[in-house]
Design a protein around this ligand. Structure first.
Ligand SMILES: NC(=O)c1ccc[n+]([C@@H]2O[C@H](COP(=O)([O-])OP(=O)(O)OC[C@H]3O[C@@H](n4cnc5c(N)ncnc54)[C@H](OP(=O)(O)O)[C@@H]3O)[C@@H](O)[C@H]2O)c1
Length: 271
């Protein structure tokens, strides 16, 4: 697993982490056991960066349970997501309970109520309970406002969508992040699974084999991470074998322009 410095956060992150939207919003013994097995696999592979949010139902709680007794091995990125200051403070207190009293990267989800939440998170960072502050948005329609928040100088990381079908961040957000030295967390590497429904053939993927790529999922992850302005991609999965498969994509060598163009072409055709 390659590790990169998450911009000005200073955090050392694996290039492959894990998301928890839907996949960790689970109840019941069997589902929780499965979640633990996925986290076991992630940690064993060095993919120790985990993203969650109070928007994801049970996910924060379930992730917290899987990290019991081994919190220090993980980097936890979660979010505050509410228009209410009071509920925002309550979300933070719940997250501290789940994750051992501190959060590595606290993000403002979808920029909701960002001015107020930013002030609260800055206080928590100064008190040592939050290591770094970030902001996220999934929609290119909000990238103007995201750029504004980036330019305040008050956040050190962003989380944005980036995959061969969603390349809007290439226009302003990625260049700005690089200029400002911000960490970049990549959500939706598989376009919420839309990109992995149909896989190119083994023959089509053959030119990528010398890059350690044996599956379509790995090709998509390497496409993202070959742009070194991106620091960590967070694919979500409900299957432990896929967590292991995805982690393999965190090994160099990285693609050049030719391989990236090939993956972009195959992605268009897989839709
Ligand atoms: N979606 C958003 O708008 C959004 C917004 C903010 C933050 N995020 C964060 O970003 C994370 C990732 O985004 P996402 O969950 O929307 O989507 P994603 O990671 O792009 O795609 C997840 C889907 O890909 C499948 N998958 C995973 N590994 C695979 C592989 N190797 N081969 C084939 N299929 C594979 C999973 O199915 P299986 O479970 O069957 O493996 C799942 O259905 C979220 O979990 C969340 O933490 C997302």
């Amino acid at each position: 697993m390659e590790y990169r410095i998450l911009g000005n956060t200073g955090l050392q992150v694996p290039v492959i982490g894990m998301g928890t939207w839907q996949t960790f919003d689970v109840r019941g013994e069997a589902a929780r056991k499965n979640a633990r097995a996925i986290v076991d696999t992630a940690l064993a592979a060095g993919a120790n960066f985990f993203d969650s949010s109070p928007m994801y139902g049970e996910a924060e709680r379930v992730l917290g349970e899987t990290l019991q007794g081994r919190r220090a091995q993980a980097l936890v990125a979660t979010k505050v997501w509410t228009s209410s200051d009071r509920e925002g403070r309550a979300q933070v207190q719940r997250a501290f309970q789940y994750f051992g009293g501190y959060i590595d990267l606290y993000q403002i989800h979808n920029l909701v109520n960002w001015r107020e939440h930013l002030a609260m998170l800055e206080q928590l960072r100064d008190a040592g309970q939050v290591r770094a502050i970030g902001a996220t948005h999934y929609s290119s329609s909000a990238f103007g406002e995201l750029a504004l928040v980036m330019q305040t100088g008050r956040i050190t990381a962003i989380q944005i969508p980036y995959n061969p079908l969603e390349r809007e961040v290439e226009r302003t957000i990625l260049p700005l992040a690089a200029d400002l030295g911000l960490g970049v967390v990549v959500m939706r590497p598989f376009a919420q699974g839309a990109l992995t429904r149909r896989s190119p053939s083994a023959a089509e993927l053959a030119p990528l084999r010398s890059f350690g790529v044996t599956t379509w999922g790995q090709a998509l992850l390497k496409w993202i991470l070959s742009d070194t302005r991106c620091h960590v991609a967070i694919p979500a999965t409900s299957r432990r074998e896929r967590m292991a498969e995805n982690a393999v994509a965190g090994e160099p060598p990285w693609f050049g322009a030719e391989e990236r163009a090939l993956v972009a072409r195959l992605a268009q055709r897989s839709m």
